[in-house]
Ligand binder design. Structure first.
Ligand code: CA
Length: 228
């Protein structure tokens, strides 16, 4: 996990860097707003701890400028003042969380972990695919036609996921076999045919079908079925 700390108080920054590194976080540091902004725009971090009172450019301005380009980057603001205006300005500028100095280190640590967790949860959310009336939640290993759950095996679900993630394009049997293989297990083209055959039956009535494109592979397509 790569963190970024923007803090101009050298003593506090040192203490935080030491403790974060002990927790296994790889943490980069900047002591002024412009350097912080430049690094945040040009490098990738998993989460950011950003002091509001920074020389050069204050943390709120850094936050506003970075948010435009990195809407999903988790950012926690630090401020010396527990002022309502600062808190509101910080949240308005797109901060995910807010901590008032002085704080106890375990609280900062807990807040960082919560930020990272929420960020990962948001990633999982994006793992949801839609095609026609189908919806597939890969993390939850489930799929639905409208809101009716489809009873798919793990393999069938994975084949559906592959087809949905390449929607509107033909996917070859070999490509599906390659994506299903792994962990020392080889999946052959024959097995793919079996999975697709079963998947087709289970998609019956869903308005979506797996069309075989002779000699090429499979394509997910609408079937124009009536609503169930
Ligand atoms: Ca400061």
């Amino acid at each position: 996990m790569k963190l970024f700390l923007a803090e101009d108080d050298a003593v506090l920054a040192d203490a935080l860097l030491t403790r974060l590194s002990r927790l296994g976080f790889d943490t980069a540091h900047a002591a002024d707003g412009l350097t912080a902004q430049q690094r945040l725009l040009n490098e990738d971090f998993d989460a950011v701890v950003l002091d509001i009172g920074l020389p050069g450019q204050d943390g709120l301005q850094v936050l506003r400028n970075v948010r435009v380009h990195k809407p999903a980057l988790p950012i926690l603001l630090l401020t010396a003042l527990d002022s309502m205006e600062d808190r509101v300005a910080g949240l308005d500028a797109g901060a995910d969380d807010y901590l008032v100095k002085p704080f106890e280190f375990p609280e900062l640590e807990a807040r960082i972990r919560a930020l990272l967790r929420r960020h990962r949860a948001a990633d999982v959310q994006r793992d949801e695919l839609r095609f026609g009336r189908l919806r597939l939640d890969r993390a939850g290993q489930r799929a639905w036609a409208d809101n009716v759950a489809l009873e798919l095996s793990a393999r069938e679900l994975e084949v559906l996921y592959i087809l949905m993630s390449h929607a509107d394009r033909v996917v070859t049997k070999e490509q599906i076999a390659a994506e299903l293989s792994g962990d020392g297990e080889e999946v052959g083209a024959n097995a793919v045919e079996v999975y697709v055959h079963r998947l087709r039956k289970k998609l019956d009535g869903s308005g979506v079908g797996v069309r075989a494109v002779r000699g090429l592979g499979y394509l997910l397509a609408g079937t124009g079925d009536a609503q169930p």
